[in-house]
Ligand binder design. Sequence first.
Ligand code: MN
Length: 213
Amino acid sequence: MAVYSLPELPYDYVALEPVISGEIIELHHDKHHAAYVKGANDTLEQLEEARATDSWGNINGLEKNLAFHLSGHILHSIYWQNMTGDGGGEPLEKDGTGELADAIAESFGSFARFKAQLSKASATTQGSGWGVLAFEPVSGRLVVEQVYDHQGNVGQGSVPILVFDAWEHAFYLQYRNQKVDFVEAMWRVVNWQDVAARYTAAKQRANTLLLAP
Ligand code: MN
């Protein structure tokens, strides 16, 4: 029984052009994201089999695969919603309430400094990874994370609200080796309304870890 399914894109393949080509979006969603969904479902089945037969020889590999594929599915599901052909600008103009803009200024000093940190974190990933803006629920502040693969180098409990895919499959067909140019262009398609909605939802669930700040 499949637990996870591939979400539909909220726009046509070409909707993010010229920032991201339709060819990249089609491959990225239909092939790469789909593979993470299948990987997560397959791994859950293999774990069920391991429990049923008390066979734990591959437990390390299975747990790693679960983290990899499930995190890949979750990050890509957020990624598609984080972008729009009508995006860009700054959250102050776009999110309606100004709450996200205030939180960014409070956590990073200014929007420009936040933008510099997320750009740098995304563009300097070694191997495959992501740059992520996340809500950290213990302090209530926003943090930037540089994620290895889909699941490494992540602070426990943080909720991703804006994610930049910095894997080569996200840009290579169009930007070749110019990852810095791709990351700079990404800011033109950020859907700040979506990011702000994720911030509000994460903030409302802030005390889920039941820790003192
Ligand atoms: Mn990807």
